[in-house]
Structure formats: structure tokens, C-alpha cells
Write a new protein. Structure first.
Lengths: 689, 674
């Protein structure tokens, strides 16, 4: 968006997205809601310099910063590249190898019949895994008291190695955490300064392997994240840093840097969460409630389902074969992006992705030495993509650069010509995206015909209509800032604390007082955390839900308990039961209304609501039509108009076919669809009546 | 769109759509199931088949559930020809006509478009109890199918959408935990209904003709792919044989023999020479045997591609009538998983010969079914069911993995969370560890097995086990050593007792309060000569505590003193161990058709040297393939330089008469320890 003159002392909220190539900084004027953006090359190893360069460009000084919100992939990458801390593990006697054995599963896709699959090494090698004599029962009773003497001996041994983080996971600590807490006290005394992760603090839920794995992941990235975030604070904030640096969490909320240092695992896989948060904001502003987000980048596409403006948050996740049980916006990722490579395999089968040409060498049309046909090249072939602008390379893309390669693919497959071939490549990429959207929408009982597709990322707007057609989605929204939409999301997220307590209860009236008092307790805890982070009661909202299931089942359905902000929740067993049957039926097609239900977990979210950016279109439209060209849809169409997005007259509905260009993306509107630029500067594309 | 104009893109779209229907079925069943066998252990599979029962699409499902499905559908088509309607629901578990063990019940849900059969969703799920002798129904000592539980030949339980409640009540009344059974049944039915909606959407979208054409093309393509791979193999005949443990002390070990013929782009897998039907639980219908063999072919030839029925066309399976792999009433089939594993191990041995570069040590070779039944404090009954995984085999590039699902058994959990078990049942999981010293030695060693100890915290319990490779452990290849066997003990008041006189076969052993059931799963077979393993790798295993210094010395000839590797002593010991070996000259005699186990004749002196008596198992190793299992028989007047075996044994070994081979004792069954 255009630069905007600001007073020196205007307070800004800054969103920082540090990517592999570029660092994006988005600044929000906390008073006016105005947005500005800057971009710089990422300096590997000295990332804060890139951020400073952006701030300088925007003319923002330390004093003008109210809050910095950072989306980081440091933790994720450390796990994927196995660069975490040397970590030790203390675990209940008899379970030393649980981390390794897990549930005996491979947890890796496409290894079903593999004779050669090997379990990757665990994050904590066996010599650093210690048995601790102690045992709790499922009821929370102590079966074997903690043997402090033996524990002391183990710690002494541990001291000899240069371990910098310790994970502690005892059985049933989610009901009784006494032993874990005592162990922490002893560790602190004997190993001052070491990073400690307790399982009941990281995940307070049953199923020991998933809890253990998450706790170990937390310990593994703790020292690294602590160092990184502290340095960032030192460099970017003058004083009072604790309150001012926040980090994007996987749940879609943001958390203070202080908390992120303690629970860094909660930032893992938070990358795509920003786009989801931003979509909620634009959806709310635009009066839409059911959204499907489609963030298509170079290598992959992230899709998410948002119902009633609530993104689905799942807790059973996996990163690189390691279970990760933390609330995480339910995002499905599929290996189809602009750079996905199309090839014919040994059996004459056409494949698109998951192999990607990435940024280097990139698609053929980038002219950086790429020789394999990508989805982007196919778009160029069909002239859906502009010819005039260089795409990051030195050479302007030309159709001739890709025609030969696409034609030779067509020949291998016995498919008519290069145009049919290019359309086929795009169709397969779209099929993959469609399948991954189906899994999170239709497979879960959400009718796509009632949803709006929010398309962003470099390649999203180019493919959105075809995706929508496959899924019978009647309407598409391409937001402003489509290319930097995820960074924008950092500014739109609330500060969130997710609390959970396991409480196995029949859903009966007599259980309700216990539930109410537990919720009161959790609420108090959430409040005190938010107050400590500098927020006032005015901006804090709470929402609670219970996880319920039919007696005898193992997986729960989340049933909202309170949506309002009232002080004392008065849960009602009858209302809960009705709501549960209803939600269950909508998810799985049928309800067992004659059966009893039980409550498994209570969840409370305490959120400090932040000032939201106002996206409005201030620019004066001019002549938007910048050219015409032939474009291939189902068939070639001559003289398709090409528009400059920033010059479109607001709220003027026009009919496709059309190509709409902006600096970071191209939107393709085929025949049969109309489009207009709306009040929030989004492009709205609708199926013709 | 008409069938003829079907382009490659539409074809991919249709294939993806069908696989995603199966995925949706899986997610739906896990989320709504009542028994932990389904929601924690995922012991079920979903598939779409065509009207003839040909497999069209599956996802991350268990092949041993899916591959027999065509038989079940065939049974339905035969019995209900002309009487199959939309909304009908069929159940089937009869092992003789395409079932596996009775616990695996297939629900077939025919879906029609324009009055024509479209795609049929099928769910085969393990019902945690189907009646029979012991809680959980499967146990190692069943002798007739009536012990196994309720047999369902093919049964229509819903007619045009209306459930036959009294029939269902009859079924559930003959099973333990009927409430759970009913809940699972309804969840499965709901899952099929969801699939039906998706199939109808797909048909409406592309039209019946295009869909039929797409199915045909997908099958043809899978067929072509398989034939291409088979064509790249050398034509010829290959044979391997594999023995299950004896079902009883006095019975013959059960032999699976596979003779593979490769001819251009076709294969014939013939089970001729396998043991006859048994009076133990180790029998199955032909579907199970062919499944066990096919899984190996898929793994060797086409592991990365989606499966459909086209994969089967180039392969002819012959399972002779009357053998234990093609059993008839009243044979118990409670051990069907064991039979499937036997077929898998035998086929593995064959393919090791065909594609030596793919060779790896043997895997656990059993389902390791463990059931503990009893009563909760509330008075409700419970059934605990696990089937713990074991070490996988070593291969040229890497050691096997520890306690991991292997390539033949899908990827569902084999153990449950201790915290879930302890919430639900009066059991305490005391240990879940890597089993020390259990690997099969080799240049690449096998993976280590698991030790899992479970204490009973209530007054009474009932233990049943069905397992194998308790006596004959997973084999090594290319002179690699076998892994430790699967072993099951009960520890009572500090004493180790065997819950059965026959290892691995336990039916209703009474447990008392504080008894500990100790499960120790097998190690993977080794690849290559253990004495050639890099001593530093052996040291690492010792440092990690997976291997004791003693085992390092005995199995690998590596001397570790006070945590340090002694290179000179290692070299000397390895030399000594090698020199102590006495390779024998192989002689053969003509062998006829026999149901007897394979004997090898040895001079009395050699018997003494090997410390074996008549009837004890031995193995003959070869540097180029899997071992041959034999039983010792003293032959007086035989030269002590010689070992005599039947000519077919030499064919299995791929060694000619006159060559020297090494005969060795089988790794002793683990000494029970506390």
C-alpha cells in the first residue's frame, strides 16, 4: 500500500516475517489503522539487520514501536535440520525407550511397502535418557515415591556431559505433577541455568508418547530460541523489551517472547498461521463467515477451513515423523506450487510435484537455468501470466522459452499439443489442491458451496477460480496485499493463552460444579498471565469449550461452553448434550442420541484483543485497462482484457474473461465469472448468475 | 464426457478422488469407533471395489485386510445374485471363502448408479471379540473353528436401508462386550454411508461410463507396471521353504513352501509341498496365503505406487486344496495372521534369491496377539489387546530398526498408550523398553525387539497369546545371524513361569493379582557375517546399552574392556572364532513328497560338537542368501566331514552337492529373566 506521512511519535505495531530470501516488515499505525510495508533481503545469521533496514525505510524508530510481532521458523527449521540442543531426558522407570519406540509406527508417508525404511534417530540418544524411580497411578495416587537420591546420582552423571536442555516426562503427570515439579527443583539446584521442560506444563493431557515427544521437542529447541529471541530483543527494542516482542504461535494467536522462550514448541509450524488470521479479519470486515484459505507459494499450497470465522485448531500434529501435541491451526499442506515440476515417470504417468524448482534455478521462464517444466511455465504457455515483467530473473519470460519443453512432454504422453499439455499440468496441480481442501472441508462435513475461497500467496490468485469450480465454491476473495498476506496476519492476531485440563467426567448435572470451578481456576491463570504481559481487563476475552465423546469412544468433539465474556460460567449438562449430538451429527453424518456422553478435557482461551488494521482503498482509480492478449482457458480467447488492480473502479462489476495484475500477483478470471474491487480493496470474483 | 474421450488428466483426477474417499472413510471410523482396537490401534482398513470385487482404491490401509476383500465380495455375489439392492449391508468373516481370522469382519455396502453397480465401499475391521473360547477370541490352542467364535459365511444385515435388528442382536449376543460391538457396527455403517454420498457425487460429476472407463484404465495401468517389472527379472524357477513353530510339543512344525516360476512378464506362485491342514489354529483360507505372498511381491517390485486389482493380474497363485493354507471346515483359523506371516517369510526367502540386491534379514513373522481379559473394579468386563512390533531386518546399507512396524503389516500402532490402558483397565504397564541383546548379528545387524511388562492389579485375569518364531527365530541372510525369538513369560512373585508348555501358544492362562505378563519381541535377522561388522559400531551399541559386552564378544567377536574397544584382542578373537568353524561337505539324497519336517543327517561326532540331540533344530547358512532350517538326525557311519540333506534342501540353499556349508545351532531361546 502507498506510503503515508506519519507523525514522529505515532505508535506502530510491527509485523516481521523473516523468510529464506526476503524479510517482510509490515507496520500498522495503532491510531489510524494505516498499513505500510517494506522489504529487504534476509541477511542469514544476522536477521535483525534486515529488520532494521526495513524500519529505517519506513522511518520508524525504537520509540515509535508499541509492539513487534514476529513469525519465526527458527524452531521448525532446527527440528527439520536436526540442529537443536544436546538434550537429556528424565522419564519414569521402565520407559527409557518410549521416545524411540513410540507407538511402533513409521509415521512417514509412502513407506507402506518399503523394505528399506529406517526409523530416523531420536532427538535424545540413549545414553542421555535416564530412568527415574517414581510412579503415579492413573488416579493420581503415588505408587512409588520419587527416589531423590537416585535422581541426584543421575543428574550428577548428566552434569559430566555438555547437555544444555533437559526434558522431564513422568507417567500420569497430567493428573499429579508433584514428581515433575520436585525434579525441576532438584535440577535447578544442581544444574543452575539449564533449560528445563516439564511435560505437564508443555502438554497437560494423557497419552504419554505424544506428550513426551512434544516435551522433548520443546527442550530441543529451547536454548536456540532463547538466544535468538533475546538477541532480537536487544537489537530491536530499546527498553521494556519483555512486553514488546511477541511471537506468532501455531494456534493462530501470538505469545510474548518471554513465554515463547519457555514454550518454543508452541511456535513450531506457525508459518502459515498468519494468513489464516488475516483471512479471519478480512472475512469479518467483509461480512463473510465460512472461508477456505488457499495460500499457494512456490513449493507448496497451504489450505485451511474457517467456519463461523473460527479456524479449526487441531492438537494431534506431526512434524517430520515426530508427534507434536499442541494447538495448531488445522492447515493442510500439499506439494503443489508455482515451482512444482511436471514430469512423465517411467510408467507414462504424468506427475506434478512434490519436486519443486524452488527459487533456484526456478521455473524455465525465470531464465536462471531451470530446464524442467513447472506450473508457472504452464501458466505462461497459456498466457495467463504476463509476458512483460521479469520474474525475478534477468530475462523477461517468453513463451518460446517454454514451448519446446512443454511440447516434448505432450509428445511423451500422446497429448495433442503444448496448450493442452499446459492446461493438463495446471489441472493436476489443481486436483491436488482440491483433494487437500476436500480433506479439511467436505471430509469433515462442511459444504464448500457455502464457503468463500480466500486466495493469496504469489500463485494463489492465478489458480483460485479453477479450484473454486472443482469444489463448487461460488465466490472468491483475493485480498489486498495478496503477496504479503501472511505477514499482515501477524498484526491481526490476538495474544492468546490456551489452557487445558483433563477431567474425565460423565456429562451429568452433578459434574457441573466441578467443571465450573475448574474453569474459574483456568480463567484466573489466563488473566494473571495477560496482566503480566501488560494488557488490561478491557481488552481481554475468554472462551471455553469442552471436549466430549460418547462413552466408550476415544476421540472427542469440541463443544463450545461459553462464547460470552461473563465472569462465572454455568455449564448445563442438558445443553451440552444437545450441542454435542448436533455437532457430532454435522461432523460424522449421524448421532447416537440414545447414548451417554462424557467430558474429557476442558479448554479455555484467554485472549488480549489487539488493534486491527483497517484495509481501505484510498487510491483514485484511473484507466485500469492496460492491454489485451489471447489467453487459453478451455479454448483460446482473443483480446482478453488485462487490468491494473490498483486502478480498478471500486464496486464496478465486470465480466470475465479478464487478467488482473498487481505487483506481487496475477489474478485470472475465466469466462462465466464476474469480478469487482470491493470496499476493503479485495477482489471479489463470483460465478455468473 | 463419454468413456472414449477420457484423457490422462481426468484419469488422475478420478484416481485422486477415489483415494480421498477412502481416506475420508478412515478418518470417519477412527473418530467415531468405540473399541480401542480401532481408535488407538487402527486395526481396520477401508477400500473401494467394483461390482466384481476388484480392488479399485485404497489408501494407508493394511494390505492383509484388503487383499482378501475380493473373495468376500465374490461370496456375496454368489449367494445373493439378483438380490443385491441399494441400502443392503452385508457382513462376512468366513475364512474358508475369503475371511482371515473371525475377528476381521468385512462390511460390504453395495452402491448403485442408474441401477448399475458403481463402487462398493468395504470396511474390514478387527472386532475385539467375536465369541469363542477366550476373551478376544484368538488364542494359540484353538483346534476347531467353533473355538474361534461366530462364523459369518455371508449375511445380509440390512435390507434396502433397514437394519435387521433381531439378527444383529443374535450376533452381538454371542460376542463379549456387546455394547461396544454395537457401537463399532454403527460407526462402520455410518462410514459406508458417507462413502456412498461421495461415490454418487463422483458418478454424477463424470457420468457412469467415464467412471467405468477410468476404473478399467487404472487397472490396466497397474497391470502394465507390474508386468514391466516382472519382465526385468531373470526367467527361472526359485524355491524357498519356511517353518512355523510346532503348534504343540508333539506336533510337526508346519511348512510353507513356495515355488516361484518367472516367465517373461508373468509369475506363478505355487504353494505345492506345503503342510496339510492342521488340527491346530494354524490354518487359513487361500485368500490369506496369497495375501502374504503378494505383499512381498509388491514390496520388491512396486512399493511406491497406489495399489489396485491390476497389480494381481500378472501373478497366478496356486494354493493346493487340503493344505493348511487352503483349509476346509472344521479347521480353526484363529492363527490366520500367523499363516499370512508364514507365507510372507517364505516369499521373502524366494525374492531374496530373485533380487539379491534387495535382500534383508527376516522380520518378526507373527502378529504377536496378546489378550488379557478380566473384570474392572466397576464389575464391567474388559479385554486388553496388543500385538507388539519387533526389530526389522538388517540390509546392506543399514541396520534394522528397533521395535518398528515392518513393511508387511501396514502402519497402525501395535501398542496402546500406557496412560489410556491404565485409565480403562486394572493393568499397569511397567516397562516399554528396547530388548537388550535381541538383534540378529551381521555386518548390518537386525533391529532390537521390545520388552513390554504388564502387571495385573485386580484379582483375576485370563491371558491368551497367539505367536510364532518363539522356537524358530527370524532368520539372517548372507551368513547373518538370526534375531532373538518372540518370548512370553509370566512373572509371579519374582519367579518366571511359562504360561504354556508350547511357546507362543496360550489359551486362557489364569492370571493372579500382581502377575506380570512379560512380552519380549524378536530381533530382526542380520545381513552378512557378524564377525565382519565394524567393531566401532559394536562399541556404539554397547555404549548405548542395547548390547552387553558379553554379546559383543560372543556374537560379534568384539572385545570391549572397561568401555574401551580392544583392537588386538578383537582381531585375535575373530580369528579364533573363524578357525573354530567346521564347514561340512554337502551331500544330498533324493527326497519324495513328505509332510515330515526337513532332517539333516550328521555323524555322531558332529552332533556332539554342535551340542545338539536328535530332533533339535539347526540351520545351514550360505554366504549368498537366506538360511535353510533343518532338524538334526544322527547317522552312524557318516563321515564327520559331511552333512546330508534332501535334494530339494540343496535347491533351496542354491548350493551344489560337494560344496561346503556351515551348519549351526539355532540361537537358544532367551533365558527367562526377571
Amino acid at each position: 500500500m502507498s506510503a503515508h506521512l506519519v507523525d514522529a511519535m505515532v505508535m506502530n505495531v510491527i509485523g516481521i516475517d523473516i523468510g529464506g530470501t526476503f524479510t517482510d516488515v509490515v507496520a500498522l499505525d495503532a491510531n489510524s489503522g494505516m498499513l505500510r510495508a517494506a522489504k529487504a533481503f534476509t541477511i542469514r545469521g544476522d536477521e535483525s539487520q534486515s529488520v532494521l533496514a526495513c524500519l529505517e525505510e519506513l522511518g520508524i524508530t525504537h520509540e515509535g514501536i508499541e509492539r513487534l510481532v514476529h513469525g519465526t521458523t527458527i524452531g521448525t527449521n532446527a527440528i527439520l535440520e536436526r540442529r537443536g540442543a544436546k538434550t537429556a531426558l528424565l522419564v519414569t522407570q521402565g520407559f527409557r525407550d518410549l521416545l524411540e519406540i513410540g507407538r511402533t509406527r513409521r509415521m512417514a508417508p509412502d513407506t507402506m511397502f518399503s523394505l528399506r525404511f529406517r526409523r530416523p534417530p531420536t532427538l535424545v540418544p540413549r545414553p542421555f535418557r535416564y530412568d527415574v524411580a517414581e510412579r503415579m497411578l492413573a488416579s493420581g495416587e503415588v505408587l512409588t515415591p520419587l527416589d531423590e537420591k537416585k535422581l541426584g546420582a543421575s543428574i550428577k552423571q548428566l552434569k559430566k556431559s555438555d547437555v544444555t536442555a533437559v526434558a522431564v516426562c513422568y507417567l500420569h503427570s497430567y493428573v499429579n505433577a508433584e514428581h515433575e515439579k520436585k525434579t525441576r527443583d532438584i535440577l535447578r539446584k544442581q544444574l543452575p541455568g539449564i533449560s528445563i521442560s516439564l511435560s505437564h506444563e508443555v502438554v497437560s493431557e494423557y497419552r504419554e508418547f505424544e506428550r513426551l515427544s512434544t516435551t522433548v521437542l520443546n527442550a530441543y529447541i529451547s536454548p536456540l530460541m532463547e538466544k535468538y529471541l533475546s538477541e532480537l530483543e536487544d537489537n530491536l527494542t530499546a527498553k521494556d523489551a519483555q512486553r514488546r516482542l511477541f511471537v506468532m504461535a501455531s494456534s493462530g494467536g501470538i505469545m510474548s517472547a518471554t513465554r515463547a522462550k519457555q514454550f518454543p514448541v508452541k511456535t513450531v509450524l506457525s508459518g502459515p498461521a498468519g494468513g489464516v488470521s488475516a483471512s479471519v479479519l478480512i472475512g469479518r470486515a467483509s461480512g463473510l463467515s465460512n472461508l477456505i484459505t488457499c495460500d499457494m507459494g512456490g513449493t507448496s499450497t497451504d489450505v485451511a477451513m474457517i467456519r463461523e470465522l473460527r479456524p479449526r485448531v487441531g492438537v494431534d500434529n506431526v512434524i517430520d515423523g515426530l508427534p507434536l501435541k499442541i494447538p495448531q491451526v488445522d492447515i493442510n499442506t500439499v506439494g503443489a506450487g508455482g515451482g512444482s515440476i511436471a514430469e512423465v515417470d517411467a510408467h507414462g504417468q504424468l506427475r506434478v510435484g512434490p519436486r519443486s524448482a524452488g527459487a533456484n534455478p526456478g521455473p524455465i521462464c525465470y531464465g536462471r537455468g531451470g530446464t524442467e517444466v513447472t506450473v508457472t511455465d504452464a501458466n505462461l504457455m497459456l498466457q495467463r501470466l504476463a509476458l512483460s515483467k521479469p520474474l525475478g530473473g534477468k530475462i523477461s519470460p517468453s513463451i518460446e522459452s517454454v514451448r519446446g519443453s512443454i511440447r516434448s512432454l505432450a509428445k511423451q504422453l500422446g497429448l495433442g499439443d503444448e496448450f493442452l499439455m499446459a492446461a493438463g499440468i495446471i489441472k493436476i496441480a489443481i486436483t491436488k489442491m482440491v483433494a487437500s481442501i476436500r480433506e479439511i472441508s467436505i471430509s469433515r462435513g462442511h459444504d464448500t458451496r457455502e464457503c468463500v475461497l480466500v486466495a493469496f500467496g504469489g500463485a494463489g490468485p492465478m489458480h483460485a477460480v479453477e479450484v473454486a469450480e472443482e469444489l463448487h465454491i461460488p465466490s472468491i476473495l483475493v485480498p489486498a496485499f495478496a503477496g504479503n498476506f501472511s505477514a499482515l496476519g501477524l498484526l491481526t492476531s490476538d495474544i492468546r493463552h490456551d489452557l487445558v485440563e483433563t477431567m474425565l467426567e460423565h456429562n451429568r448435572p452433578e459434574a457441573m460444579p466441578r467443571i465450573a470451578s475448574a474453569i474459574g481456576r483456568m480463567r484466573k491463570e489466563a488473566r494473571s498471565r495477560l496482566l503480566a504481559e501488560g494488557f488490561s481487563d478491557k481488552v481481554i476475552v475468554y472462551s471455553t469449550s469442552v471436549d466430549m465423546r460418547y462413552r466408550g469412544q476415544a476421540f472427542e468433539v469440541s463443544v463450545p461452553l461459553t462464547a460470552d465474556n461473563s465472569e462465572d460460567a454455568k455449564p448445563d449438562a442438558g445443553q451440552l448434550m444437545d450441542a454435542f449430538h448436533r455437532i457430532y451429527a454435522s461432523l460424522y453424518g449421524h448421532a447416537n442420541t440414545d447414548q451417554e456422553a462424557e467430558i474429557v478435557n476442558l479448554r479455555l482461551v484467554g485472549a488480549a484483543q489487539t488493534v486491527k488494521p483497517v484495509v481501505k482503498n484510498p487510491s483514485n482509480p484511473g484507466e485500469a485497462l492496460i492491454g489485451r492478449r489471447m489467453v487459453f482457458f478451455d479454448k483460446p480467447i482473443e483480446d482478453v482484457p488485462v487490468y491494473d488492480r490498483d486502478l480498478l473502479t471500486p464496486n464496478e462489476t465486470m465480466a470475465g474473461p479478464a487478467i488482473i495484475e498487481e505487483s506481487s500477483a496475477t489474478t485470472v478470471v475465466p469466462p462465466g465469472w464476474t469480478f469487482r474491487r470491493d470496499d476493503f480493496d479485495s477482489l471479489r470474483i463470483d460465478r455468473e448468475a | 464426457m463419454s468413456g472414449e474421450s477420457l484423457d490422462p488428466v481426468t484419469l488422475e483426477v478420478i484416481q485422486e478422488s477415489m483415494i480421498s474417499i477412502v481416506r475420508e472413510m478412515r478418518a470417519n471410523l477412527i473418530a467415531t469407533a468405540y473399541s480401542s482396537v480401532i481408535h488407538e490401534a487402527h486395526d481396520f482398513s477401508c477400500v473401494l471395489v467394483d461390482g466384481q470385487g476388484q480392488i479399485i482404491a485404497m489408501a494407508e490401509d493394511n494390505p492383509s485386510h484388503i487383499f482378501p476383500v475380493p473373495w468376500s465380495v465374490r461370496a456375496m455375489n454368489e449367494h445373493f445374485a439378483g438380490d443385491i439392492h441399494p441400502g443392503d449391508v452385508f457382513l462376512h468373516n468366513d475364512p474358508y471363502t475369503g475371511g482371515t481370522h473371525l475377528n476381521d469382519i468385512a462390511m460390504i455396502y453395495p452402491v448403485f448408479t442408474d441401477g448399475m453397480p458403481a463402487l462398493f465401499p468395504v470396511v474390514r475391521a478387527h472386532w475385539s471379540d467375536v465369541g469363542g473360547t477366550t476373551p478376544g477370541s484368538i488364542s494359540g490352542k484353538n483346534t476347531e473353528i467353533l473355538h474361534d467364535g461366530v462364523r459369518i459365511p455371508i449375511l445380509k444385515v440390512a435390507n434396502r436401508g433397514k437394519l435387521n435388528d433381531s439378527l444383529l442382536e443374535l450376533l452381538f449376543a454371542n460376542m463379549r462386550l456387546p455394547r461396544e460391538r454395537r457401537g463399532d457396527f454403527l460407526s462402520t455403517w455410518g462410514t459406508c454411508q458417507v462413502a456412498e454420498r461421495r461415490i454418487q457425487e463422483l458418478s454424477a460429476r463424470y457420468g457412469v461410463n467415464t467412471l467405468q472407463e477410468a476404473m478399467k484404465r487404472l487397472l490396466d495401468r497397474a497391470d502394465r507396471r507390474m508386468r514391466q517389472r516382472i519382465s526385468s527379472l531373470k526367467d527361472g524357477e526359485y524355491v524357498y521353504e519356511h517353518y512355523l513353530d510346532p503348534a504343540r510339543l508333539d506336533s510337526e512344525p508346519v511348512r510353507t513352501r513356495i515355488r516361484l516360476k518367472i516367465e517373461k512378464d508373468q509369475m506363478i506362485v505355487d504353494f505345492v509341498g506345503s503342510s496339510p491342514q492342521t488340527t491346530s489354529s494354524f490354518n487359513s483360507g487361500a485368500a490369506v496365503a496369497t495375501t502374504g505372498a503378494f505383499i512381498v511381491l509388491k514390496a520388491f517390485l512396486d512399493p511406491g505406487e497406489p495399489i489396485n486389482h491390476g497389480n494381481f493380474r500378472a501373478i497366478e497363485m496356486r494354493v493346493p486344496e487340503g493344505c493348511f493354507l487352503n483349509a476346509k471346515y472344521p479347521a480353526s483359523c484363529a492363527g490366520a495372521s500367523e499363516v499370512r506371516n508364514a507365507a510372507t517369510s517364505a516369499m521373502l526367502g524366494v525374492m531374496d534369491q530373485v533380487m539379491p540386491e534387495m535382500m534383508a534379514g527376516d522380520i518378526k513373522g507373527t502378529a504377536n496377539h496378546v489378550y488379557i481379559g478380566g473384570t474392572k473394579r466397576s464389575g464391567e468386563p474388559f479385554i486388553f489387546y496388543e500385538y507388539p512390533a519387533a526389530g526389522t531386518g538388517g540390509s546392506p546399507e543399514a541396520d534394522g530398526s528397533n521395535a518398528l512396524r515392518n513393511f508387511s503389516e501396514g502402519d497402525f500402532s501395535s501398542i496402546q498408550p500406557a496412560e489410556a490402558v491404565e485409565q480403562e483397565t486394572p493393568l499397569l504397564i511397567e516397562r516399554c523398553e528396547v530388548r537388550t541383546d535381541s538383534c540378529g548379528g551381521g555386518v548390518s545387524r537386525g533391529g532390537f525387539g521390545m520388552r513390554r511388562d504388564i502387571r495385573l492389579m485386580s484379582d483375576r485375569g485370563i491371558l491368551s497369546i497367539s505367536s510364532n518364531k518363539n522356537v524358530l527365530p527370524p532368520f539372517g541372510v548372507n551368513a547373518g545371524l538370526p534375531g532373538a525369538s518372540n518370548d512370553f513369560f509370566v512373572i509371579r512373585k519374582g519367579k518366571v513361569i511359562a504360561p504354556s508348555e508350547t511357546p507362543g501358544k496360550v489359551s486362557g492362562f489364569p492370571l493372579r493379582r500382581d502377575d506380570v505378563v512379560s512380552i519380549r519381541t524378536s530381533g530382526g535377522g542380520g545381513w552378512g557375517e557378524a564377525l565382519d561388522r565394524d567393531p566401532r559400531k559394536v562399541l556404539t551399541d554397547v555404549e548405548d546399552g542395547y548390547l552387553t559386552a558379553r554379546a559383543a564378544k560372543e556374537e560379534f567377536g568384539v572385545v570391549i574392556e572397561k568401555g574401551k574397544l580392544s583392537a588386538p584382542k578383537t582381531t585375535a578373537l575373530r580369528k579364533k572364532l573363524r578357525n573354530a568353524r567346521r564347514p561340512l561337505v554337502l551331500q544330498t539324497f533324493a527326497e519324495g513328497d513328505t509332510d515330515e519336517r526337513r532332517f539333516c543327517e550328521l555323524a555322531p561326532g558332529v552332533m556332539k560338537q554342535l551340542r545338539v540331540k536328535d530332533g533339535m533344530p539347526l540351520e545351514i547358512e550360505t554366504p549368498h542368501g537366506p538360511v535353510l532350517r533343518v532338524w538334526a538326525r544322527t547317522k552312524r557311519n557318516l563321515s564327520s566331514e559331511v552333512v546330508r540333506i534332501g535334494n530339494l534342501g540343496a535347491e533351496v540353499l542354491r548350493v551344489r552337492a560337494g560344496e561346503r556349508v556351515l551348519v549351526r545351532r539355532l540361537r537358544a531361546t532367551a533365558q527367562p529373566s526377571r
